[in-house]
Each structure stands twice: as C-alpha cells, then as structure tokens.
Design a protein around this ligand. Structure first.
Ligand code: KIV
Length: 267
C-alpha cells in the first residue's frame, strides 16, 4: 500500500525516483475500475489510447478521438482521489505540431480533470513537449515502442537502438517532461538509460531496472477471451475472463431452468 494518502503529483514521482520507491501505474477507462485501482493504492492512473484496442476492439490506437479521450478521462478523474490522472494525447495532435498539440492538451485538462498528459515521441516531438510544458501542462513522455507509429514500424517490435533511445530520452527530459514511459525496450538498455536520467522511467516490457511499472488493467485481470491472450510482458494475476463467462453461464442456466428470480428476489 502507498506510504501516504496525499494526492500524487508530478513532483511526487521525481521524489519517488530519488528515494528509490517504485512507481505503480495502471490504465483505466471508466469510473468503477478507477475507483478500485485508486483504492488499491496505485500512484498513477493512465487513460491510455489503448482505449482503442482494449475497449473499442480496434487493431490499433490510431482512430481514438480527442472527444473519446476526454470522455473516458472524465470518468476516471471523477473516481480518482489519490492517484495522479494522466491522459494520452491521441493521434495525430503531436504529429500536427506544437500549436495543435497545446490546444488539444489544454482541452483535455480543462474538460476532463486530468492532472497531466502523455505524449508519444522523443527527439522528433521535442518542440511539442516544450510547447505543452511551457503552456503549464505537465507532460509524461513515451519512448521506445511508440504505438502511434505502428504503420511505419510495421508491427509491435522491441526497440533495440540504444543511441536513438538515448537521444529521444534526452530530448524529452530537456524539454520539461516530468517522467517517461519506456515501452518494449531490452531490460539492460532500459536499466542503463534509467540510471542516466534525472526523471523517472515507467516501464512496460522494459524490465525491472525502470523506476516504475505500468500495466494495462485488462491484461492484469485476464479480462478477455482466452484466445486474445495478453502480451508476454504483462503478468495476468487473475483469470477474470473465465470467471465472468462462468457467472454469465450460471445466470443463463438459472433463467432457463426457472431458478431466477426466486420469490425473495421479486417484488
Ligand atoms: O495506451 C496505453 O495504455 C499506454 C500504456 C501501455 C503505457 O500507452
């Protein structure tokens, strides 16, 4: 459980890196999940644009809209009491440049109650990170595998180019980001880069040398059909998919057999 019940801020994450306390981050997309995650003591709740794949059943994150991000972030922000709420800037606002990115990030903060935004991209998005932080909006970076570049990358692949990663991370840090997600990076590289950086790294598929870890809520819970297995780097703590299927099958059987509702469950 967390050490304090005080609201987590971007500054708290920097303090946690200095003191060696691991940062715990998890995605959420709705009110009840966020309430449970917050009550469990998670430090950061991310409304990821994984919304597109996890909630909307799409193949990529590219079609998620700004309005959809704002809607889901509002549900989460309403539930979170302690955790820092971070919302993804969806494609293609960072790619359009600093002015569009600042406008979209400001709208996210104003309309949803998020405390920060996450922006994918390193060196290439340095001007965007600078403009958004200069506008007073806290930015979490996202380097390594960047799912918004999936068409160019040709798939979800481990990112092994350490020199490029180092340049990306330096650009994100120098332009004011308060932390950075490291996705699908070999663990030795992630550990070396984490040690070099002043801001905390939050890993996903990047090994235990990062300052914190993030998982997608539905992967952690096994909240899907067995054939839609979670990626290798996600640890599934419970097989909720089978539990839900079993519960729904029991309900269907009770209805069909006349065992639901009983008189006690009727008016
Ligand atoms: O969109 C998302 O959920 C993310 C996490 C996987 C870090 O970016």
């Amino acid at each position: 459980m967390p050490q304090t019940s005080k609201r987590v801020t971007p500054n708290s994450l920097r303090t946690m890196k200095k003191s060696g306390s691991k940062i715990v981050m998890m995605t959420a997309y709705d009110f009840p999940s966020a309430e449970l995650i917050d009550a469990a003591g998670v430090d950061v709740i991310l409304i990821g644009d994984s919304l597109g794949t996890v909630i909307q059943g799409k193949k990529t994150t590219l079609s998620v809209t700004l309005d959809e991000m704002i809607y889901h972030t509002r549900l989460v922000a309403r539930a979170a009491r302690r955790a820092l709420v971070v919302a993804d800037l969806p494609f293609p606002y960072a790619q359009l440049g600093p002015a569009d990115a600042v406008r979209a990030c400001a709208e996210i903060l104003k309309e949803s109650g998020a405390g920060a935004v996450k922006i994918e991209g390193g060196e290439k998005r340095a001007d965007v990170v600078r403009a958004v932080t200069d506008a007073g909006i806290p930015v979490m970076g996202h380097c390594g595998l960047m799912p918004q570049e999936i068409r160019k990358l040709g798939g979800y692949k481990v990112q092994r180019d350490e020199a490029a990663l180092e340049r990306d991370l330096a650009a994100v840090q120098e332009n004011g980001a308060f932390s950075v997600v490291l996705e699908c990076v070999p663990h030795e590289i992630a550990a070396r880069q984490t040690a070099r950086l002043g801001i905390p790294t939050i890993g996903i598929g990047a090994g235990k040398g990062c300052d914190g870890q993030v998982l997608v809520f539905h992967d952690l819970l096994g909240y899907h059909l067995p054939e839609n297995a979670a990626p290798k780097h996600a640890r599934t703590y419970i097989d909720l998919g089978s539990i839900i299927t079993g519960a729904v099958q029991s309900f269907a059987q009770d209805v069909r057999n006349g065992n639901f509702p009983t008189d006690a469950e009727s008016f």
